[in-house]
Design a protein. Structure first.
Length: 148
């Protein structure tokens, strides 16, 4: 898959995807699941996904059990392109917790970082990375999503 279909996903997208099957985050993750988009992820970022998705309050909000979250993470791990972070450019962002997302995107040389926190990732532009919400990502890649 070429660079134009490779993305890095912020944790807020996975949180939204686990809380609702109706939203654009879930649709985006279905495109990852069907390999229409290739999601890239560093080990540090994946551990963040695991930590956040396994939190009791997150599981309560999503209605998922520990076993359900483990199954989602196992499937996701099989789909991801691993990214080694050879370079760190800290600090770039206001929120230190977001640094690993930007580092994964920069090291993977992806075209798009997908997040709902668009303003938090403005510095990604200096790395040539577009920062888009899921809906914008569909438009960017010219992906049609089915509307119910």
């Amino acid at each position: 898959m070429d660079k134009s279909r490779r993305i890095v996903v912020d944790i807020n997208i996975l949180v939204a995807a686990t809380r609702s099957r109706q939203g654009p985050s879930f649709a985006l993750m279905q495109f990852v699941r069907t390999r229409r988009l290739l999601m890239c992820c560093s080990p540090a970022l994946f551990l963040e996904y695991e930590d956040v998705l396994q939190r009791a309050e997150q599981r309560a909000a999503s209605g998922l059990s520990v076993k359900d979250v483990d199954a989602i993470l196992n499937e996701l791990a099989a789909l991801l392109e691993p990214v080694l972070t050879h370079y760190q450019w800290r600090p770039q962002l206001r929120d230190p917790a977001d640094e690993m997302v930007l580092e994964a995107a920069a090291n993977a040389r992806v075209d798009v970082l997908v997040t709902y926190n668009l303003r938090d990732f403005v510095p990604a532009k200096r790395f040539g990375i577009r920062v888009l919400a899921p809906e914008q990502t569909f438009n960017h890649f010219d992906i049609a999503i089915a509307r119910n």
